[in-house]
Design a protein around this ligand. Structure first.
Ligand SMILES: Nc1ncnc2c1ncn2[C@@H]1O[C@H](COP(=O)(O)OP(=O)(O)OP(=O)(O)O)[C@@H](O)[C@H]1O
Length: 309
């Protein structure tokens, strides 16, 4: 649904984004992660048809960002990182303004605005002035205005920035709901934990270059030499289990504590199965045996430090 193809943006001599390529499939939530100044907004503004590339191309639902920007605008809902609100406008008028801009007929507008307000839990604020809304509600309203023309693709630039923890959770729940509705979503953030538990894939950008992209699982699998196995035991055989793990050629380092043994693992999936088989067949009561997933933070730190690519 979203393709970025060798996108480069220069400001004079400065290269803000350098030959960026990635693709996002239908129904995915893609987390676009990078520190301040990495080039996220530049890429997003390019996809939203608001910025011309120095070179490269983008496609959304098959439409060219450079050759057919009007078609692209019809299929995307874009939430910028700083959105202006208009003085003296009520919540429903704000949405109506965008509905008119998207050429939604007058007869359909009232119903659509009602539905969008309901979805975003803003129905009770329908007649309030936009200026008087809390930050969290303004963000929700901004998300609401990206939905009035029911676009299949949402491009959201840091939608949770500046929100308190409760409003962040609400924003997350909303994004999950939108995904269930079949939307394809690109969402940027410099806060990794914000995206970790609901993105289906991520792209990590730093100083204009894409360091890694793909499903979180794929990226984690690239970090083969840093896998960790955690074994929990139902009996007192911690030392015996730790000893067996230590003797295995695919294990590097073992730590044990209470009824838990953790081990750094360098083997293949089949080696994991073999180790589990040995523990069980030697009579050790294994309560659980699993690979410890790396957090997105850990993955990000390793990628940006150049440990993996
Ligand atoms: N109009 C411009 N003229 C010159 N440099 C620019 C312009 N717009 C952006 N830049 C630079 O390009 C780089 C990428 O900026 P961009 O806003 O895309 O980063 P970002 O990843 O979105 O950061 P943030 O998280 O702070 O929004 C930055 O170094 C920025 O200073």
């Amino acid at each position: 649904m979203i393709e970025v193809i060798h996108f480069t943006k220069r400001y004079g001599e400065f290269v803000a984004v350098d030959d960026l390529s990635f693709a996002i499939g239908k129904g995915e939530i893609f987390g676009f992660i990078g520190p301040n100044g990495a080039g996220k907004s530049t890429t997003i503004r390019f996809l939203a048809t608001l910025l011309r590339p120095t070179s490269g191309e983008g496609r959304i639902a098959g439409h060219s960002v450079t050759a057919d920007p009007m078609a692209v605008r019809r299929v995307i809902g874009f939430m910028p990182d700083d959105f202006g609100v208009y003085d003296g406008m009520k919540v429903w008028e704000f949405l109506d303004f965008f509905a008119v801009a998207y050429e939604i007929p007058r007869s359909a507008r009232k119903k659509i605005i009602g539905e969008v307000l309901e979805l975003l839990d803003l129905s009770h604020k329908r007649d309030d002035y936009v200026n008087g809304l809390s930050k969290g509600m303004k963000q929700r309203l901004c998300l609401a205005k990206t939905l009035v023309h029911d676009p299949p693709v949402l491009i959201l630039d840091e939608p949770a920035s500046g929100l308190d923890p409760r409003a962040r959770l609400e924003m997350k729940a909303l994004l999950n709901e939108l995904r269930r509705m079949g939307k394809t979503i690109l969402i940027s953030s410099h806060i990794l934990s914000e995206l970790a538990d609901f993105c289906t894939s991520i792209g990590i950008i730093e100083r204009g270059k894409l360091l890694a992209a793909g499903s979180i699982q794929t990226i984690q699998q690239q970090i083969r030499s840093h896998r960790v196995i955690k074994v929990e035991l139902a009996d007192d055989a911690t030392d015996r289990a730790a000893g067996m793990l230590r003797d295995d050629p695919s294990i590097r380092m073992v730590e044990s504590f209470d009824h838990t043994v953790t081990a750094e693992f360098e083997g293949q999936d089949a080696d994991m199965a073999r180790i589990l088989g040995r523990l069980v067949s030697s009579g050790i009561a294994v309560q659980s045996f699993a690979e410890e997933p790396l957090s997105l933070e850990e993955v990000f730190m390793m990628i940006t430090k150049g440990i993996v690519s």
